[in-house]
Every structure is written in C-alpha cells, then in structure tokens.
Design a protein around this ligand. Structure first.
Ligand SMILES: Cc1cc2nc3c(=O)[nH]c(=O)nc-3n(C[C@H](O)[C@H](O)[C@H](O)COP(=O)(O)OP(=O)(O)OC[C@H]3O[C@@H](n4cnc5c(N)ncnc54)[C@H](O)[C@@H]3O)c2cc1C
Length: 485
C-alpha cells in the first residue's frame, strides 16, 4: 500500500490549492481525482474576487491568472455593481476567468511542485485509526495517509463516510446551465422575473452560447436533458433558439448547507465538501481556496510534529464562521434575483442603499473576502486580519510584503529599530525581516489604523501578533501558532 503524509480526495480548486500549500511546506501530498485529467467539462464558475487574487499573489502566481482573465468591478448586490476601486489593495477588482481555465492554470502550477496525482481514480471510502486512514480507491488499491482531506465537492464521499452532518436548507429552485449552439439570434444580457435569473452569453469561440435559465419548478436531482433545457427556455423566452450540439448541460440549485464540523479525527473537509450554496455572488471557489490556504500550513506543521494536533481545531474555528456568513449572503443574493412586483420594491430599496459609501464598503468587504477577521482576541485592528501588501524598504532594497510569503512560511516583520527582536529559538521556522514602511496603514472597510512597530504574519497572510513598541505577547504567539521551540 502506497503511503503519503496527506491524501486529498478531489483535485478541483480547493484540492489543488491545498496540494500546493502542502508541497510548498515540503509535506508528502497526493491528490486522488476521479477525472482522467485536470480538464473540466464546461466553464462553470466565472471567476473570483479580490482576496483570492491576493492569496494567489502571496504565492507568486497571481499573474498567471490575471494574464488569462479580465479584471472588472464585479462585486454585485441585486443588479447593482459595487465599485471597489478605492479599496486599499493592489487588486481592487474581481477577475473574470472561467473555472476550466482556473483549473488548467492551477494544474500547471502544481505540476511544478512535488505533488503526486492519481487521476482517473475515485475515493470510495476510508477507515481511520489513531495514526491515520486507509483510503479505499475505485481500482481496488488503498493508500495510507496520516491525514485525509475531503476536497471532493458538494456530494463528498469523505464527508458522508466520516459521518459529518450537513445541516442547512433544502433547495427551493433550480437552474439549468449549458454550453450549446443555437440557430436563432439570442438576446444579450441578464433577464429577471418572478422565478429568478436567466441569461445567454456568446462564448469566446463566437459560436457556443452559455445559457443559464431558472426552471419554472424545482428540477429533479437526475442529469438534465436537452428537452429540459428547451422547455425551460421556451417558458422564459417563448423560444429555445434552436439549441443543439450541447457540450455541457448541468443543473444547480439554491440548496444551502454547511458541514457541522470541518474535522473528524484525522479527516478534514475543505471547499464545497464543507459548504454548498447558490452561486449568486460568485463565492464558492473563493471560499474553497481560502479554506485550503488556512488549512495547508497548519496541517503541514502538525504532520511535521512542530505543532500539536489541536492547531487543526483552529481551522474549523476560523473558517466555519466565514462560510456561514457567506451562506447567509448568498441566500440574500438569491432572494434578490426573484423579481415579482413586491420583490422589485425591495431590490430598488437595496440598490439605493448599497451604493451609499458605508454599505458599499461593507458589502464589498464581504464579497471580496477582504474583510475576513479571525477571532484572535482583543488588540490592534490588524490582529486576525489580512496583512496588507505594503511596499517595504529593506537593507537589500525594496520588497513587497506578499513576496515574503511566496514560500508559505511565517514572517516576523520588524518595522522598528533594526535588530530589535531575538527569535533564535524559532529561527528554523519563522523569518525575521527588518524593514521600513513610511506610508499609511489602511485596512479595507475599517480605514486608517495606527502604525504597528512589528507584525507576526502567518503563512496564510493573516496577522497573528502586533507589536506596539514592545515584544509583549510575542513569545506566546510564536508558541501558539508555530510550536514550542
Ligand atoms: C453555475 C456556477 C457558477 C459558479 N460561479 C462561481 C463564481 O463565479 N465564483 C466562485 O467563486 N464560485 C462559483 N461557483 C462555485 C464553484 O464552482 C465551486 O464552489 C468550486 O468549484 C468548488 O471547488 P471545490 O474544489 O471545493 O469542489 P469541486 O470544484 O466540486 O471539485 C471537486 C473535485 O473532486 C472530484 N471528486 C469528487 N468526488 C470524488 C471522489 N470520490 N474521488 C476522487 N475525486 C472526486 C471532482 O471530480 C472534482 O474535480 C459556481 C458554481 C456554479 C455551478
């Protein structure tokens, strides 16, 4: 039986991001993916938001995605676009890029890293004990792992086999999504009515049309047919536009559920396996990438024995509330897509309020993921929030904060007198950088904050400790997050 420190079930965006994080931390990681390769049939998600671009920037790969997508102001509520171009980030926008491209770029990235991928292989179940799990594969073989992570999507076999509850809300409506050819001209843009949202969009090849249509009644869980799509289009547009030659037809619903625990012993969940929701607002992929970046370094430290297993409990504690809030937000966004006469009044009211400065900033903070705040206790506003990508000056020249995070290692940034800190006991795991920063400290949504004299930055880019003239609490923070020396 082949052995790996970590086995990831599912090589979608969450699984690939987690694999990259573990490989960067030099952990032996394998991905089991049921598809024969990374190719995704259909375009699926349309992109991601600012914090996800930042997370990729922290690893030095954001440019690969930016080059193949289109930046846009795409944070929306109802039909109102919320401009976040004044946000204090290097990426004050969303990126429009189809998921099949995202996965191609991610697959190429992890191919450069020491990640073992078992394509064309399904995880069927597992048996866990005190030291790990035997992971059962569809080819009859098994893999032994110290930890198994289910990144196997909304119908997660891992979540079910672990017996983790998935409470939430049953679906109330369904949409069909397809990529297909047509014989008639199609209307441009999005249409709303009492059932929900509908739209047809000509793809880059100039002949394929991406169709999203809300069904008149909640559809069955079986695979949709060309006939179902035709019927749904006729109900909305009075014609099916002569649809033929589909390359992809799928159905999604507004079912909204979240795993009650992200960990059961040596089994963890990330991405859609931990939370599913209606795609309104474009949050799902970003949430999964965020989960992976939060979990990766923690799991790496536990596997290497530098941190106790209890560090893994902070993964659930930090990420469960983030997804719970996103789920609420997507339910609100979904409700606002229905436009009967009464809802129109509500949509107008929300739209009017949303463009006012304070609500706009709050909503953009949620949608972009830039306002995420992990509860790390009382203190400076930076504590538990993302570290801004400042332009630093060091003895070796100018340096961006995010460049310091490319290797996914923690950093103690000393912005006071050079040589003011001694962290020798942690020198093998935490980089100490003396630097100067002369600009404003500004956080998304919150605005300006007082300049700290030092910051301890976790590998995921969140601030674990803030120095305000002294090193009080630093040793505790180093021990909690990066282990006993
Ligand atoms: C129409 C639509 C539009 C969307 N738009 C957006 C958007 O604009 N922005 C956004 O952020 N999100 C969007 N989403 C959501 C996004 O697509 C998902 O949240 C995202 O794909 C989740 O990533 P994941 O890696 O967690 O799961 P998945 O992408 O579902 O990946 C799971 C992987 O596991 C594999 N797998 C499953 N079971 C097994 C098994 N037993 N063994 C081995 N492999 C297995 C699958 O083949 C797959 O590759 C949209 C979704 C839809 C349907």
């Amino acid at each position: 039986m082949a052995k790996h420190a970590v086995v990831i079930a599912g090589g979608g965006p969450a699984g690939m991001m987690l694999a990259a994080e573990l490989a960067l931390a030099k952990v032996d990681v394998a991905v089991v993916e049921q598809r024969p390769d990374h190719v995704l049939v259909g375009s699926r998600a349309g992109g991601f938001h600012s914090r996800t671009i930042e997370l990729l920037d922290q690893r030095g790969v954001a440019e690969r995605f930016l080059e193949e997508g289109q930046v846009a102001q795409a944070a929306m509520i109802a039909s109102t676009v919320l401009d976040m171009s004044d946000f204090p980030t290097r990426h004050p926008y969303s990126l429009g890029i189809w998921q099949n491209k995202i996965e191609r770029i991610m697959a190429a990235w992890i191919a450069e890293l020491p990640v073992r991928i078992y394509y064309g292989c399904e995880v069927k179940g597992f048996a866990q004990d005190d030291t790990g799990a035997d992971v059962e594969l569809s080819d009859g073989e098994s893999l032994r792992a110290q930890y198994l992570v289910g990144c196997d999507g909304g119908r997660s076999v891992v979540r079910k086999a672990a017996g983790i509850g998935f409470p939430g809300w049953d679906p109330t409506r369904s949409n069909l999504i397809a990529e297909i050819e047509v014989t008639e001209e199609t209307p441009r843009g999005i249409r709303h009515d009492a059932t929900g949202v509908h739209g047809l969009h000509l793809m880059e090849d100039g002949k394929t049309v991406r169709v999203i249509v809300t069904e008149q009644q909640l559809g069955p869980s079986s695979e949709p047919t060309l006939g179902d799509l035709s019927e749904a289009l006729i109900a909305v547009y009075g014609t099916d536009f002569g649809i033929h030659n589909p390359t992809w037809i799928s159905r999604f619903t507004d079912m909204t559920r979240q795993a009650e625990s992200y960990r059961a012993g040596r089994v963890l969940l990330a991405g859609d396996s931990a939370h599913v929701h209606y795609p309104a607002g474009g949050q799902g992929l970003s949430l999964g990438v965020g989960d992976a970046v939060n979990l990766g370094w923690k799991l790496a430290q536990v596997v290497k024995g530098t941190s106790p297993e209890s560090l893994l409990d902070t993964y659930h504690a930090e990420r469960h509330p983030v997804a719970a809030r996103a789920l609420q937000h997507t339910m609100a966004q979904g409700a606002l897509q229905r436009r009967d006469e009464r809802m129109k009044g509500l949509v107008d009211m929300v739209s009017e309020l949303a463009i006012m400065d304070e609500p706009r900033k709050r909503l953009c903070g949620i949608i972009s993921g830039l306002d995420i705040h992990y509860e790390l206790g009382e203190g400076h506003p930076l504590l538990g929030r993302r570290m801004p990508d400042l332009d630093l000056v060091t003895a070796d020249g100018p340096l961006r904060v995010f460049t310091l995070l490319h290797e996914a290692k923690p950093v103690l940034l000393n912005l006071g007198d050079p040589g003011g800190f001694d962290i020798t006991p942690w020198a093998d795991r935490v980089r100490l950088i003396d630097a100067e920063y002369v600009g404003l400290w500004e956080l998304p949504v919150l605005g300006a904050v007082t300049a700290p004299t030092a910051v301890l930055i976790r590998p995921d880019g969140y601030v674990a400790w803030v120095g305000e003239g002294t090193d009080t609490g630093l040793r505790d923070a180093l021990t909690i997050w990066f282990g006993t020396p």
